[in-house]
Ligand binder design. Sequence first.
Ligand code: ATP
Ligand code: MG
Length: 427
Amino acid sequence: MRYQRPKGTADILPGDSEKWQYVEQTARDLFKTYQFKEIRTPMFENFEVFSRSAGDTSDIVTKEMYDFHDKGDRHVTLRPEGTAGVVRAFVENKLYGPQVLKPYKVYYMGPMFRYERPQSGRLREFHQLGVEAFGSESAALDVEVIAMGYNLLKKFGLNDLKLAINTLGDQQTRDDYRQALIDYLEPHFEELSDDSKERLHKNPLRVLDSKAPEDQKFVADAPSILDYLTPEAKDHFDQAKAYLEALDIPYEVDATMVRGLDYYNHTIFEIMTNSKSLGQGYTTICAGGRYNGLVKELGGPEVSGVGFGLGVERLLVLMDAENVTVPTDDSLDVYVVGIGETASATTLKLVQAVRGAGFTAERDYLDRKPKAQFKSADRLNARYTMTVGETEMADQVVNMKEMATGEERQVAMADIFNHVDQILTSK
Ligand code: ATP
Ligand code: MG
């Protein structure tokens, strides 16, 4: 039998994993400047955590979840997204308590699982970087979160980005708009896609999110939610727009944008690219918004939240397509060339001494001739070689060569064991 990785999964090999590390480290550094701290929650949760939060009619819950009954007959789900688990943790650990500083700001990064049809930038196991901030209703926090996503993508050298924003308003807005949509769509019921027929009464906003071609013309002419905003909802949205302008972050208002998850309200946003590498048209890399009802939905008090999720695979596809180079550090400080079997223990002690001082070191493990070892040193981009054979061992020295210049000198082994840092940095 030939073993293959499951459909929709990927092996991330050396050569690529450096790109992942770069993305993760850059994100960590940026999030730190915004005072977001890392949270790690389980890779699986009880099914209800997702069905409650994403909404029973969302695509994620109805079609895409990896859920199963474990040996104790518990209905569990591999997390399809990060927010629900973070909110569950927020509630369970009472992070809304009076002794916790508000807003409570966290980020996460890790694998998510969705049963989808795999294609470029769409996998069954994929990775998200995400942030969540709890406990402030300020539109300034919405904009801070948007700015984080936007600036992160800019840091990766991506410039051709489109930020689309919309508002889903407050409860009153949604109730009014929901009715307006039903009134508008009902006469066209028979012409809608099967999915949208089902959504019409359960969750008409979701019809706007439909990708079915037959629904598109109705989406285009649908009433705009912006006409149903309550004064408070309009005010929040106006503030968010004003803050974006204050930060010189260009945006477009897309009144038909609703987002795939049910828990959003007020500001929602997507950062998109029209790079061909991810298919025709605009593809979303980073998406999020405000979800003021979610903490309560998962059993907590009325605490608001705002956040985003960013797809790492899509980001990497895009960075490749845009020829963004990732700074790599694959240089080697020292290659120790050992001549003859008797040198092996000394060679080992030398590489260990170099490593112990915080430098990178490599040696031969295949009994190769010195010439072949020097070749390896070259291929590994070694800064220095240190050669030890019988003579050097007898004299307790190594022959040290700077590869760039070819300059050679003898260095006492004791010096390497005691202060190799001085030897390697003295140049
Ligand atoms: P789409 O409409 O493309 O299916 P979505 O609305 O389902 O996206 P979200 O749930 O908002 O996506 O997830 C946020 C981000 O996570 C997306 O913008 C995307 O970058 C990434 N993402 C979502 N699903 C996948 C997947 N199956 N494979 C890779 N990345 C994904
Ligand atoms: Mg999706």
